[in-house]
Structures are given as structure tokens and as C-alpha cells.
Design a protein around this ligand. Structure first.
Ligand code: G6P
Length: 366
């Protein structure tokens, strides 16, 4: 059944490997090769998205990182300004809500206390509408929002969120395309085609598991790790660092690579593994020079990169090559190897992977 580990040693591993299947489920019936179905978000979605002039996204933990990725998408592909914030901060601010603002919550459980309180607060602030992107139908967040879209990841047992995150990203890309379409902008067939191809690309990346497991050995004895990314891959670096912290208890931090010189470079030496997400995008050349800064200080680099980017393995650089993918979809694909890396480091360290100390799957009290 859904709650059995089957052939896998941990729920987390099973859930990582379920991603091609649940991504397909999250897309099912919501798009075709040429068009996104705006009504997936409900009968009022077309009218609401048409009126949407900006978006506020609120969430906690891993769900917050999905929101950070969505900011890049909504701004670039729908032309809509976005603010993203953690619920525990938002709910105690005095937010100014411009006319035509859509309020979006992201949550695996739909019961996170801070996120729910943020929604209830937002309903007093004059938003144009509220949307919940959630994995649990009938949860409080879904019941109390005007619109909802289910992520269809199935039950997630591992405390460290994996498939719930990638299916949130799918939902957010569908939101981006839907808002764009509702506003009368042209459809984006390349992204739609990329989405259709994504489950099989994810399957290819999961096929790199043995190589990722081999990389993980370099981390087991480390006390710190630094994750770097730029653009929409900065939030992916944040999520990679969060996964490593949560389950391996290694102190991990993520930085936008361009900020390296403003502080973290001081920490880089031969004891510091630096993990970098390097898809083939417009920021690649800048990222490469950031990586040189790390090498020059003797840092050990682990680069997850598109085959085409021409970063080759050397004594101080280990490279994991990923398949080519449309730029918009890269954040989804690059999440997978970081999940596997954390998983294998945690297994090597002998931690309780599915039930890390001090953490809960769903935080229903403030
Ligand atoms: C807890 C979990 C995290 C999760 C966060 C938000 O901290 O351990 O994995 O990301 O809550 O949960 P939600 O259900 O709102 O996505």
C-alpha cells in the first residue's frame, strides 16, 4: 500500500524514486502539448487570474523554497511581480496589499499552524483571492481558500520533504502558465513540451544514484557544507542545504553564488565542501567565475552540471553530469541529485533518516 516502504530501505528513498510517477500525476489532465488548462485551479480561476496584478506567496520550510522558485517563473514567464515570505514572519507584519494581489499558500500538509494563520490574516487584507497549493485534499488550508490545486504526490511519510516539493513546483509552473494565459499572453509550447518530457528526464537522473552515493562519501566526516546557485537555482541550493541539515545534521548553508565574496568566502578552505548547481543558463559564466574563487582558496567543489557546460572533473572538482533540460524545468531536475546526496550522507552517518531528531512532519502548533 501507499504507506509501505516496499523494496526501499527508507520512506525518503522510496519517495525520491516516486517522483517521475507523481510528477506525471500532477500534470494529468491539466495541460496538453499546446495549452494549459486554467480551470484546473477552479471555475473562478480565469476571472481571478485575469485580475491578478501581483502575487504574494506564503509558506514554511521546504514549501517556502518552492515559493522562491515560483517568483522567478511568475516574473519571467507571466510578467507578474511576486513577493515570497515565510508564514511566521508575514503573519506578524503589517503587509501593504496593492489592488489585484493574489494570495497563494503552499503546504504539503495543509495544516501548518503559521501558514493557516497567515491565510486567515490575509483574508482581512483585501486580496483579490486566495489559492492553496496543497497535497492533502480537505485539509484546513484547502477548505479555507477560495481556490485550490492538489499536488497529487500521495502520502509523504519521510519528515524531509521530497516529492511534495517537486510536485509543488509542477503546480507553480502550471500556475505561471495559467496566469499568463488568463492575461491574454501567448501559450508557451516549449515549456509545455518540457513538462511532458520531465518524468522521463527525472528517471534518467535517478539512474545516477550510484554515482551520487559515491560522492556522498566525501561528506560523511564534514561538519559544514556550502551550497551555491544563481537565479532560480539559488532556492534549489537553499533546499539542498536544508535537506542536508535536516537528515545528516551537517551544518549547511546556501548562498547566491554572487554573494560569496561578501562573506562566506572567508570560510572556504580544503575542509569545506562546496556544492554548486550549474545548469546551462544565462548565469552560467558568472557562476563559473564564482567557482574559480572557491578553487583559488582550496575549496572542494562538487558541481551538478549540464553536460554541455564544459565543466570538467579535476583533482579539486567532482562533476555530476545531468541531461539537457529546458531552462524553466531545470530547478525541478536539479533538485533530485541534491535529495539523493543528502539521503546517502545521512545513511552513511547512521541517522534516523525518516524521523530526524527534533523535527516533525507537520507543525500544527505555533
Ligand atoms: C515541517 C516539515 C517540513 C515542511 C514544513 C512545512 O517543518 O518538517 O518538511 O517543509 O513543516 O510543512 P507544510 O506541510 O506546510 O508544507
Amino acid at each position: 500500500g501507499a504507506a509501505s516502504k516496499g523494496e526501499y530501505r527508507h520512506y525518503m528513498l522510496k519517495e525520491i524514486f516516486e517522483q517521475p510517477k507523481v510528477i506525471e500525476a500532477a500534470l494529468e489532465g491539466r495541460m496538453s502539448a499546446s495549452s494549459v488548462l486554467v480551470e484546473s485551479f477552479g471555475p473562478d480561476a480565469q476571472a481571478l487570474f485575469q485580475k491578478t496584478r501581483q502575487v504574494h506567496i506564503i509558506a514554511c520550510g521546504t514549501s517556502y523554497h518552492a515559493g522562491l522558485v515560483a517568483r522567478y517563473w511568475l516574473e519571467r514567464y507571466a510578467g507578474v511581480p511576486v513577493q515570497v515570505e515565510v508564514a511566521s514572519e508575514y503573519r506578524y507584519r503589517h503587509p501593504v496589499v496593492p489592488e489585484g494581489t493574489l494570495f497563494v499558500t503552499l503546504s504539503q500538509s495543509g495544516e501548518t499552524a503559521d501558514t493557516l494563520a497567515a491565510l486567515r490574516f490575509a483574508k482581512t487584507l483585501g486580496y483579490v483571492g486566495t489559492l492553496a497549493i496543497c497535497n492533502v485534499p480537505g485539509s484546513s488550508l484547502v477548505r479555507e481558500s477560495d481556490m485550490s490545486l492538489m499536488t497529487r504526490a500521495g502520502p509523504e511519510i519521510g519528515v524531509a520533504s521530497t516529492k511534495a516539493f517537486t510536485t509543488q513546483l509542477i503546480a507553480l509552473l502550471l500556475l505561471t502558465l495559467s496566469v499568463s494565459k488568463a492575461k491574454g499572453q501567448p501559450e508557451q509550447p516549449e515549456i509545455l513540451a518540457g513538462l511532458q518530457a520531465l518524468p522521463s528526464l527525472c528517471q534518467q537522473v535517478l539512474g545516477l544514484d550510484a554515482q551520487i552515493e559515491a560522492l556522498s562519501q566525501a561528506f560523511a566526516e564534514k561538519h559544514h557544507a556550502l551550497f551555491l546557485g544563481r537565479g532560480a537555482h539559488y532556492p534549489i541550493a537553499l533546499e539542498g542545504a536544508l535537506k542536508l541539515k535536516e537528515i545528516s545534521y551537517i551544518h549547511a548553508e546556501a548562498y547566491p553564488a554572487g554573494e560569496l565574496k561578501h562573506g562566506p568566502l572567508a570560510l572556504v578552505d580544503s575542509e569545506m565542501p562546496v556544492i554548486s548547481v550549474a545548469p546551462n543558463d544565462e548565469l552560467l559564466e558568472k557562476l563559473k567565475s564564482n567557482l574559480q574563487e572557491v578553487r583559488a582558496r582550496g575549496g572542494q567543489l562538487f558541481v551538478f552540471a549540464d553536460r554541455k557546460v564544459g565543466i570538467s572533473a579535476q583533482e579539486d572538482i567532482r562533476v555530476l553530469e545531468l541531461p539537457e533540460v529546458h531552462e524553466a524545468l531545470a530547478p525541478l531536475l536539479y533538485t533530485l541529485p541534491l535529495q539523493l546526496l543528502s539521503y546517502h550522507v545521512a545513511v552513511l552517518k547512521g541517522t534516523d533518516v525518516d524521523q530526524p531528531r527534533n523535527l516533525a512532519k507537520s507543525v500544527t502548533v505555533e
